[in-house]
Design a protein around this ligand. Structure first.
Ligand SMILES: NC(=O)C1=CN([C@@H]2O[C@H](COP(=O)(O)OP(=O)(O)OC[C@H]3O[C@@H](n4cnc5c(N)ncnc54)[C@H](OP(=O)(O)O)[C@@H]3O)[C@@H](O)[C@H]2O)C=CC1
Ligand SMILES: CC(=O)N[C@@H](CCC(=O)OP(=O)(O)O)C(=O)O
Length: 309
């Protein structure tokens, strides 16, 4: 049996990546609209209502409009945009985040795909909050660097069309990035972290770093204790992995062009300072890989089918 999947926004950066992952699959019947009809609301509405599962790879407003086009009680949705990540009635599509999250995704009609930066932050922080090592009131910071495909077609054109020659550009300096609410809510924190991202002259890939004073923890704990909490949270995971090698170098390329994410704990035991690090691909586990994983789970298929791990 095959599941009918419509990708709305199939020629965008994320849409193309999802298409690549699904095209050769025999358990998925892929529907996309040709160039003349891909922004035609009548054609989109028809495809949305004919599909078992729709994957929205659209700007936030267009994603909200697409959901409003559903006129039946069976079409299921995976939204890759920011529109529904903290919305009631939507399940957060991060299967590894909680022990029952995969089961919740499997039963849900409306699933929001996590943001790329929150995927790294939440993977590092949520297990520490859940274990009581970090208090819900913890005041955290997160610094992160993304490849420029993270900004979609417009940023790709900016970097590849000669509009900018920058190698590295911190942004969101007003500390009001759209991912902060999602980080706060799904980590179980009362205050959003200070989130300071940057974009680098690399097409894809991502490094997310959370610095931590061990004194911020609720009880005396070493770097090894922190590492153990993360290692056991993802033990046996095929997509999210804890690396025990406390390397002194990570690179934006480490997990680029894959759908996996690698977590590490490094730092200086003597000064009581820790650095939690996630590497992933903004277009892999940060977008298309996660969407395909959610699709697999919702359709009752092998969760990692079609993923590069
Ligand atoms: N890039 C990334 O790393 C990540 C992106 N996301 C999210 O995924 C979503 C898509 O992002 P991304 O692929 O980067 O963006 P792109 O700008 O690359 O692609 C968006 C696509 O949506 C199309 N589109 C816009 N409005 C409509 C509409 N009304 N009807 C039909 N199609 C429409 C655009 O058409 P046209 O080609 O004509 O402009 C474009 O092809 C966004 O919400 C983004 O925030 C999430 C995680 C990571
Ligand atoms: C480099 C860059 O600009 N990145 C994007 C985030 C891409 C992404 O995760 O998209 P969502 O917002 O849908 O999650 C940004 O900071 O807005």
């Amino acid at each position: 049996m095959s599941v009918t999947v419509f990708i709305d926004g199939a020629v965008g950066t994320t849409g193309l990546e999802i298409r690549e992952r699904l095209e050769s699959r025999r358990d998925v019947t892929l529907v996309t609209l040709d160039d003349a009809r891909r922004k035609d609301d009548a054609a989109r509405g028809q495809a949305i209502n004919d599909a078992d599962i729709v994957i929205l790879c659209l700007p936030d407003d267009a994603a909200r409009s697409a959901v409003a086009m559903i006129a039946n009680d069976r079409t299921r949705v995976i939204d890759a945009s920011t529109a529904h990540r903290v919305a009631d009635g939507w399940t957060y599509g991060f299967a590894e985040l909680e022990s029952d999250q995969g089961a919740r995704i499997a039963e849900s009609r409306f699933v929001s795909n996590p943001g790329c930066y929150p995927t790294g932050f939440l993977a590092l922080v949520r297990p520490l909050v859940r274990a009581g090592l970090l208090d819900a009131g913890a005041l955290l910071s997160v610094n992160a660097t993304s490849g420029y495909s993270g900004g979609g077609k417009a940023m790709i054109a900016e970097f590849e069309g000669g509009e900018t020659n920058t190698a590295y550009r911190p942004y969101a300096l007003a500390l009001a990035h759209k991912h902060a609410p999602e980080m706060r809510l799904h980590a179980g924190l009362s205050t959003a972290p200070i989130f300071q991202p940057a974009v680098a002259r690399a097409y894809r890939g991502m490094v997310v770093q959370v610095p931590l004073h061990l004194a911020q923890l609720t009880r005396a704990a070493s770097l090894t204790d922190v590492a153990e909490v993360l290692a056991s949270a993802y033990d046996g995971g095929r997509v999210v992995r804890f690396a025990h090698d406390a390397t002194s170098v990570v690179r934006i390329e480490d997990d680029a062009s894959t759908d996996r994410m690698t977590l590490r704990v490094t730092g200086n035991e003597a000064t009581g300072q820790a650095l939690l690090i996630a590497t992933l691909d903004n277009l892999g586990k940060g977008a298309a890989g996660a969407a395909v994983q959610n699709l697999n789970i919702m359709a009752g298929l092998d969760p990692v089918a079609g993923l590069t791990l």
